[in-house]
Design a protein. Structure first.
Length: 457
């Protein structure tokens, strides 16, 4: 949240009684902010008596007097920051969106199906190389997922094959949009935004997207914090100057009947919480994370959860899954590398959480799967049904949902969408966030969630 800068002609009018206003702060932006706050305080005192006959803060803003304040606030607080009051939570849902269309048949491998090797002679993961997972249903995991073996042994890893949206699009944008809205209809909000609305108020950090932008699934009136990292969530000033700048911000917006006023106050709460977490013992991870953006993002989410910040939903985007060429073998290549990075980061995250894993559930999802047949470039093209992993507390280990074999592929060579993504996500949300069937009906309109069994009774 950067400090503000204003045009010189505006700055010259900020504080006529203080020609050397630039000395009020460590930078021109901070000095300008503090000057505006002081001018606002003085002007407010002068207006109090004049407004005693019936004017209020709303008419003050409507009349244009507060335009400068609102404009200043719009530069200080983004639309991605909105919070609610503290409340109890039932647990944390962490959603990893694997963007690009992850090949579910490389992750969750139907090794018992003879068509797999026939259709993928160069890239198929053979039975002998698989990580043991659910042999009774004929499935194993890619060997790169070995870091998850301890969790698998404890029954904390579940998977669902042939998961899809109802749309048969091969467009990344359209498929992601349908998945993240939670509907193929005209809804404008994201499914996770509706989860937050249904679950009620929470703490400052009840919803967080790590990576700097708000995903489509979190867009809507409930809003969320979008941050690059906990370390980046601070003002670029020392503690003394931070207190002065915070006081100026609160003076600017206290009592104003305007959305920006609430946003500014709550943004300061987020800054204070982030500072507390950085200075606490929970900020230091209990394990070593792999290097990279995913490891860094999960490390921050773990710190928030362990600190008791009240995270209800956390979202992280992971790109690079559009594997049209060079997918490789079980021992090398793009798929082996991507899955290895994913598994290593998830293993570190679950280890770092410690007992908090009991109330944390992780879901990996992608906009669609890939075709059954490999292409001429040693890769796979856009398909339909993909695979979902569900990891952590409350999970019923093993493979769940409908699977009818590769012989039942579509006329276009896709894995069919035998399991609707809303059934998978709805079951996880119902258990982890504590939503009722009626509330799930508002999260996924015109759809009755039919659990597939990924969460333990």
């Amino acid at each position: 949240m950067p400090t503000t800068t204003l045009p010189d002609d505006v700055l010259r009018t900020l504080h006529p009684d203080c020609p050397d206003w630039e000395r009020l702060g460590p930078s021109r932006g901070d000095a300008a902010l503090r000057a505006v706050a002081e001018a606002q305080r003085v002007a407010e005192e002068e207006r109090t008596q004049a407004w005693s006959g019936g004017f209020n803060r709303r008419t003050f803003l409507a009349g244009g007097i507060g335009v400068g304040v609102a404009a200043l606030g719009s530069q200080l607080v983004t639309s991605r920051v909105s919070y609610a009051a503290a409340a109890e939570r039932t647990g944390t849902l962490v959603v990893l969106f694997l963007r690009g269309g992850m090949d579910g048949l490389s992750l969750l491998v139907p090794a018992a199906d003879p068509l797999l090797v026939k259709e993928r002679p160069h890239i198929a993961v053979r039975a002998g190389a698989l990580l043991d997972f659910d042999a009774a249903r004929g499935f194993g995991l890619h060997p790169a997922m070995k870091p998850l073996a301890p969790l698998i042994a404890k029954g904390r890893v579940a998977a669902v094959p042939a998961v899809s949206t109802p749309d048969l699009t091969r467009s990344h944008f359209q498929a992601q949009d349908c998945l993240e809205r939670g509907s193929s209809g005209s809804l404008t909000t994201g499914w996770l935004d509706r989860v937050l609305e249904a679950s009620g108020p929470g703490t400052t950090f009840r919803a967080v997207a790590v990576g700097g932008t708000t995903p489509r699934s979190l867009q809507g009136p409930a809003n969320a914090i979008a941050m690059r990292s906990i370390d980046a969530l601070k003002l670029p000033v020392d503690d003394r100057e931070m207190r002065a700048t915070s006081a100026a911000l609160r003076a600017l917006y206290t009592g104003l009947d305007h959305p920006v006023a609430e946003q500014a106050d709550l943004a300061l709460e987020a800054l204070a919480t982030a500072k507390r977490i950085r200075g606490s013992a929970t900020a230091k991870p209990a394990t070593t994370y792999p290097k990279g953006n995913l490891g860094d993002a999960l490390k921050d989410v773990a710190a928030l959860i362990r600190s008791g910040a009240g995270v209800r939903v956390a979202c992280i985007d992971v790109g690079g899954w559009d594997t049209h060429t060079g997918m490789g073998t079980p021992d090398s290549g793009d798929m082996q590398r991507h899955l290895g990075d994913l598994a290593a980061a998830l293993a570190a995250f679950t280890d770092d959480l410690g007992e908090a894993l009991d109330t944390t559930t992780i879901v990996t999802m992608s906009e669609f799967g890939r075709r059954v047949e490999e292409n001429a470039s040693g890769g796979t093209d856009h398909g339909h049904g993909g695979a979902v992993l569900v990891i952590g507390g409350g999970v019923a280990g093993g493979v769940h949902g409908t699977w009818r074999g590769l012989g039942q592929r579509t006329s276009l060579g896709d894995v069919p969408g035998w399991n609707d993504y809303r059934d998978v996500l709805g079951e996880v949300v119902g258990t982890r966030v504590g939503l009722s069937a009626g509330q799930l009906g508002r999260v996924f309109p015109r759809w009755k969630v039919k659990p597939v069994g990924v969460m333990a009774a």
